[in-house]
Design a protein around this ligand. Structure first.
Ligand code: RAT
Ligand code: ZN
Length: 420
């Protein structure tokens, strides 16, 4: 009797949580999408979905074609090869494959026909402005944060010219080249008129801060970001550590902006795969701990790539209120790993995290990344609220709505606004 009663509590909670999680808009804090004003840089459509680098890596496992021959093909022919290898000759079970099908299905296309030509025809009839609205609506996204690099020759000119912003696309200032290859970046900055030198002396560091201030204002950046190799160390006698300490962190304090670190990526472990050739390594989180401890008046956001780092990362966030965890990044964005990572974070940190970002590179991917993650999140939350109900603490719908809003962007907003 008692357990029958409890099963019905659980069922009611499930219905509430699923409906709240499905309806709550998400502010997606990290994507590689662009404001439509960037025209061709905003990728969308079936061929872009198929040549996503996650799928390219999987396709090469099945091709005998030399890498160069693949890269010499046009995008449509590459997409044909991906479709043939991963969807026709094998069942599309992987998370990235399933994502294409979820996207098409939710757009109203009939995937069971396995008719790529018909899918292409449907996309050819779409207009980009309407398609942006539709993808946002189906993903339940209220805004997406772009990844904006002043060092990207394709996007820089538009920022310099100026354009009318679409408010749904917020900006983050990405500074990998600045922090990871100072000699080359110093040459580029000099070429653009900044008075920097190879040596990181006071004048150069001051000029880097002026550069950061200029681009923060130009982008109206919400935070600064860098991805880092697993062996990133701090403190250290490196250009990277010096630039962080004497340019990036003072800049972030001045503008009250978080600095987002993404450690764990081993770039180009197989360069033949190009963008698909990056790997993962176990990060030394002592660097992050040292930063949080040494700079209590800076705010750090972090997502770490290796599964094996996740527990230590949660414990670190328990110790430092100036550290905000976000996202199940890249190779962690699978239902099983996102599920375990999210459950662990909620168990150790409660609701003071941002459990996911989409990392979408193609507009349409917003649909599947959020459809899939909402399933994961609802599953985890049903467990957690059921555990609470077992104590007699019955979460109300209003409380559940508040919690989900916070997980899907509210907490990150609060972190951005807070002063430490
Ligand atoms: O997930 C990805 O698409 C990766 O290629 C990276 O872009 C990563 O998310 C990053 O921001 O460096
Ligand atoms: Zn990314």
């Amino acid at each position: 009797m008692k357990s029958a009663l409890f099963a019905s509590v659980r069922q009611r909670l499930r219905a509430t949580v699923e409906s709240v999680v499905a309806r709550t808009p998400v502010a997606d804090i990290h994507t590689h999408l662009y404001d439509p004003a960037f025209t061709d840089l905003l990728l969308w459509g079936i061929d872009e979905l198929l040549v996503y680098h996650y799928l390219i890596a999987e396709t090469f496992r099945r091709l005998e074609l030399p890498f160069d021959r693949f890269w010499a093909l046009g995008r449509r022919e590459q997409a044909d090869l991906v479709w043939q290898a991963l969807f026709v000759e094998n069942s599309p079970i992987s998370e990235a494959c399933r994502g294409v099908l979820t996207t098409l299905h939710r757009l109203g296309l009939d995937v069971k026909k396995r008719d790529l030509a018909a899918v292409r025809q449907w996309f050819a009839r779409q207009r980009v402005a309407d398609h942006v609205d539709r993808c946002f609506e189906l993903a339940g996204a209220s805004s997406v944060c772009m990844t904006n690099s002043p060092f990207d020759d394709l996007e820089r000119p538009l920022w310099e010219r100026g354009f009318r912003r679409d408010e749904r696309f917020t900006a983050a200032l990405r500074i990998d080249p600045l922090l990871l290859d100072w000699p080359a970046t110093a040459r580029r900055l000099t070429g653009w008129g900044w008075r920097v030198g190879r040596t990181l002396n006071a004048r150069t560091l001051g000029e880097v801060r002026r550069f950061l201030a200029d681009w923060t204002r130009r982008l109206d950046a919400r935070f600064l970001m860098v991805s880092l190799p697993p062996d990133f160390a701090f403190p250290a006698r490196t250009d990277t550590a010096r630039l962080i300490e004497d340019a990036v962190l003072p800049h972030c304090r001045e503008f009250n902006l978080p600095f987002a670190l993404m450690p764990g990526v081993k770039r180009a472990v197989n360069p033949s795969l190009r963008l698909a050739g990056d790997g993962v390594g176990l990060s030394n989180l002592a660097a992050l701990q040292n930063l949080c401890a040494a700079f209590p008046h800076n705010k750090f956001a972090a997502t770490v790539l290796a599964r094996e780092n996740q527990h230590e990362l949660c414990v670190l966030a328990r110790k430092f209120r100036n550290l905000h965890l976000f996202g199940c990044w890249w190779f962690l964005n699978t239902p099983s790993l996102a599920g375990e990572t999210t459950a662990m974070r909620l168990e150790l940190l409660g609701l003071s995290v941002t459990p996911q970002h989409s990392d979408a590179r193609v507009l349409d991917q917003l649909i599947y990344k959020w459809t899939h993650f909402r399933e994961v999140l609802a599953r985890v939350l049903v467990e957690k609220y059921t555990d609470l109900a077992a104590t007699g603490w019955n979460p109300t719908r209003t409380e559940i709505e508040r919690d989900v809003q916070n997980l899907l962007g509210g907490e990150f907003d609060r972190f951005c606004r807070m002063t430490v």
